[in-house]
Design a binder for this molecule. Structure first.
Ligand SMILES: [Zn+2]
Ligand SMILES: [Zn+2]
Length: 222
């Protein structure tokens, strides 16, 4: 459903006796979507130790209003609109040894909620065909299983061929479509750029293991 459908509306409480030709404007009251995203994540039973709430950031319409003229949203910010980021804990050793927050690039990995536990448990995004420690074989669900595909663009990574849509019925009875994307640090020089003219070369393809570290879980409810 559209994000607008669940908005509440404040109506004028002026006396109704004489209909005004100039009614007060109806102001939409928008609620933050983060509590609903958290409710959704709680239902997935992911280990709390994976998360670091000090790096949470909400880009819902309540918390981040681009119509506020004080905000000058750049392209990277615009693509985050309507997403809620839950910070993920990153190994101190990886941060210090590989300086991932200084030297590695930001990329996005589109996935589905049923794959999150395998990926977070692994600390790195696995390659298709990798045998996981729970005995299963990793299947990204992406169109080309010969490569791990990421994108520097959240728009690109959240396309349906990379990010599946699932259904979520919140406790308040509202139905949503949910998407999950991992915000990652990716080692430079370990991927080839693909995507052609249509997607402005926004697909990064890699066959290298252990170079893609998730540091944020992005959730979008629509
Ligand atoms: Zn919010
Ligand atoms: Zn913005």
């Amino acid at each position: 459903m559209s994000i607008h459908n669940h908005n509440l509306f404040i109506f004028s409480d002026a006396p109704r006796a004489a209909p005004s030709s100039n009614p007060r404007p109806v102001l939409p009251l928008i609620h933050c979507l983060k509590p609903l995203c958290r409710e959704y994540l709680n239902g997935l039973n992911l280990n709390k130790a994976y998360f670091d709430s000090s790096h949470d950031k909400c880009f819902c319409k309540k918390c981040h209003d681009p119509s506020n003229t004080d905000l000058k949203c750049r392209q990277w910010c615009k693509q985050q609109h309507d997403w809620v980021r839950f910070g993920l804990r990153v190994s101190q050793a990886h941060q210090k040894q590989w300086r991932i927050f200084k030297e590695w690039e930001i990329s996005y990995y589109g996935t589905s909620s049923n794959r999150l536990a395998s990926i977070l448990n692994n600390r790195f995004v696995p390659l298709d065909g990798d045998k996981l420690n729970d005995g299963t074989t990793f299947d990204s669900g992406h169109p080309d299983p010969t490569h791990c595909t990421t994108s520097p663009s959240l728009f690109c990574a959240s396309r349906p061929e990379f990010t599946s849509r699932s259904h979520f019925r919140a406790r308040n009875g509202t139905n949503y479509t949910v998407q999950v994307v991992l915000q990652c640090k990716q080692k430079p020089g370990t991927y080839t750029v693909r995507g052609g003219a249509k997607f402005h070369k926004t697909e990064w393809a890699t066959v290298t293991r252990c170079i893609l570290i998730p540091y944020g879980l992005l959730v979008r409810l629509q």
